[in-house]
Design a protein around this ligand. Structure first.
Ligand code: FEO
Ligand code: CA
Ligand code: CA
Length: 687
């Protein structure tokens, strides 16, 4: 296990350590391109100037509620010591470490390994190329084929869900997303200017999702060629439902119904529903659609729509448009409208067509996660991962019905889609872009959910946005958010509601353009210009209603730097954390955060964060992933942590022919995206 010099992590843009090659293949190089949101939505400072005494009073109830929930924190923050609230002696007592977080924090490092706490064990569950379906050939990196890849575990696993198999206490379905392919890390001798048809077809097959039965053993999780095993690829037939289904915007020559589309791409994170299906976000779908060099640029409305979604009228990185006209926007312009949705897969029915839910809108969905209100109403939270884009929620019209899969799989088709607008009473002159805490001791405020689209039975829908039809809101949702005056956020990634408290958490990963010339400046929820390290937002939501209170739980970064904040906890006792991406909870109510793009000269990792009581804000690193990798897909059970290691070794100057990483095999092995299980023999996680 070699130690690699930290300076390998010099950022391509001087910010996140994520490499340029990752940006090109994963998100169409979004960070180097113009910000798609050029709306003039006001930021908080301007909102505040206009806010009336009447409206301030109206929201006071929610604000008090939030302060009450965090009263221990408020005491800590104002005293400057996290121990002040729990000790009256001169020598402050350490706040107790909460259950689930009793492990030795892993130090920042740059090892080509998964590094875990002392006393824990790990194993690789499944890697790119491993068999998923019976008869899958043994993976050979020099003899790849699309036919083989269709039966093997795909590339670049991001989200992971672990669903218990009924009647068994040691078997689960592991459902993973395969977000994107990076061909020069897959094919020896890859020529990016001249990809072959077979490489294109391997790319199609390496995308999508995998369903793999796994068995808990003394050595972690072992994959099984079970009856539910399935590969979803970028050409698996999907059914489109909701208000955009069957409209002219979605019809193509190959699908005149506008209701069936082949495949899913760039599936980033996701969520497991309470009814046992898996949701998956189609994120940077724009980067798969392009045009031949020299093609005439679209004009007018078509050009505006492409621009708002970051689609360029030029060849794409993978050049799929050379092999299939549906990826060529000059030949099949509507195909683009059939991606960018929340996808739902029923993993218990391998013959079923997965669904694309258009009632949840079309944008760069990081994920979608569910909270069920006391009355059975389903609330789906979903972020649009783009600099200066928005946070959304969908509130169902139907109630969940336990045991009725057919009913529950229609819940996300009828209801109301909202976009978030935040405000704060913090005076604008206390938000200077440095991250310095305001006089109140924390960044906090209130907000409202602005309704955009009300979807009803049978694809019927009502637009709630002036000047846009219902199908336009469903397909060009970003414009609806612009018109609603939604708050421009620092790249909303994963959303997750805490099963214990009901509070909702959002990872805002970073935003290199916050405060840049001509871009939105800092506000109380996005308080740092040139935001390299991101923040975690806590929302006390009226789940089925339209009002909420919020505060920043973490302003990530180096604890020694003035601009970081850890929920008021003593910053000398926390792990550095940068670029939060995916969120999960353990059964104790701790938040687990995985990172993507650590800007603090260390590998990415997985962290546990205490949320309640005197240890609120305590942040401990549980593991780190190998060189060039991001950490994603965390699942935390009482006796197992499962995590996805995505794009190990992905570095601008490297390729499969000149690898940076040899993980997981070591020696002369090929770096392979993989799922890893971590456990403690005879013990529970962090207890
Ligand atoms: Fe695929 Fe937003 O990360
Ligand atoms: Ca992500
Ligand atoms: Ca990510």
């Amino acid at each position: 296990m070699a130690l690699i010099p930290l300076n390998l992590f010099v950022a391509h843009d001087g910010r996140s350590s994520r490499q340029h090659v990752t940006c090109r293949y994963r998100c169409g190089d979004a960070c180097s391109k113009p910000v798609p949101n050029t709306s003039d939505n006001e930021y908080f400072g301007e909102v505040l100037a206009a806010v009336s005494r009447r409206s301030a009073l109206k929201t006071a109830g929610m604000a008090v509620l939030a302060v009450g929930a965090g009263s221990a924190l408020a005491a800590c923050s104002s005293s400057g010591s996290d121990t002040a609230a729990t000790s009256s002696s001169a020598a402050p007592a350490e706040p107790p470490t909460p259950a689930g977080m009793n492990f030795t924090a892993v130090a920042p490092n740059s090892e080509d390994a998964v590094v875990i706490p002392d006393g824990y064990r790990q194993s690789v569950v499944i890697s790119w190329g491993d068999p998923v379906l019976p008869g899958a050939p043994v993976f050979d990196v020099t003899r790849q084929s699309a036919a083989a890849q269709r039966q093997q575990f795909g590339f670049n696993n991001d989200f992971a869900g672990l669903l218990p198999i009924e009647g068994s206490n040691d078997r689960f379905l592991l459902v993973t997303n395969h977000e994107y392919t990076t061909e020069q890390f897959m094919h020896p001798g890859y020529d990016a200017d001249n990809p072959t048809r077979e490489q294109f077809e391997i790319g199609i097959a390496a995308h999508g999702l995998s369903v793999v039965e796994v068995q808990r053993t003394a050595d972690g999780l072992r994959p099984v060629l079970g009856r539910y095993n399935r590969r979803i690829t970028a050409d698996t037939p999907f059914t489109i439902v909701g208000p955009a289904a069957g409209t002219d915007l979605l019809k193509t020559a190959a699908d005149t119904s506008g209701r069936e589309v082949l495949g899913t791409v760039n599936n980033c994170s996701g969520g497991v529903t309470p009814w046992g299906t898996v949701l998956s976000g189609e994120e940077n779908f724009n980067s798969y659609f392009g045009a031949p060099a020299g093609a005439p640029a679209p004009t007018g409305t078509a050009a505006d729509r492409l621009k708002r979604y970051g689609v360029e009228s030029e060849p794409t990185e993978r050049k799929w448009e050379n092999f299939d006209p549906r990826f060529d926007i000059t030949k099949t312009p509507n195909e683009l409208h059939r991606f960018g949705y929340v996808v739902e897969l029923n993993p218990w029915d391998p013959a079923s067509a997965p669904i694309k839910h258009t009632a949840l809108g079309r944008f760069k969905h990081e994920a979608a996660t569910i909270h069920v209100a006391d009355d059975g109403t389903v609330v789906a939270y979903t972020g649009d991962d783009e600099r200066f884009d928005y946070m959304y929620k969908f509130v169902s019209a139907k109630k969940i019905q336990p045991g009725d899969m057919a009913h529950n799989m229609t819940i996300l088709d009828e209801g109301t889609l909202y976009v978030a607008k935040l405000s704060s009473d913090i005076p604008a002159d206390q938000i200077d872009g440095s991250g310095a805490l305001p006089a109140a001791g924390k960044f906090a405020g209130t907000g409202s959910w602005i309704p955009l689209l009300r979807s009803g039975p049978g694809g019927t829908a009502q637009s709630l946005v002036d000047g846009m039809s219902a199908e336009e809101v469903a397909v060009f949702t970003r414009f609806a958010g612009d018109k609603a005056g939604a708050t421009k956020m620092d790249r909303p990634e994963d959303f997750e509601a805490n099963p214990k408290s009901g509070k909702v958490y959002v990872a805002l990963t970073n935003n290199s353009n916050r405060g840049a010339d001509g871009k939105a400046g800092p506000d109380a929820a996005n308080p740092r210009n040139d935001n390299k390290n991101g923040q975690v937002l806590e929302i006390t939501d009226n789940h089925t209603g339209t009002d909420f209170a919020w505060e920043l739980l973490l302003v990530c970064g180096d604890p020694e730097a003035a601009d970081s904040y850890f929920g008021g906890f003593d910053k000398t006792k926390v792990s550095p954390i940068s670029c939060p991406d995916n969120l999960a909870f353990d059964s104790h109510g701790n938040l687990w955060v995985s990172t993507d793009g650590n800007a603090l000269d260390s590998n990415d990792g997985l962290f546990a964060v205490s949320l309640e009581g005197p240890s609120r804000g305590l942040t401990k690193q549980f593991l780190t992933v190998p060189l060039g990798a991001e950490t994603c897909g965390p699942v935390i059970t009482d006796d197992l942590v499962t995590v996805c290691v995505q794009h190990p070794g992905e570095n601008d100057d490297n390729s499969i022919d000149d690898p940076l990483s040899r993980w997981p095999e070591g020696g002369n092995g090929t770096a392979k995206p993989s799922v890893v299980a971590v456990w403690r023999d005879g013990g529970s996680i962090g207890v």
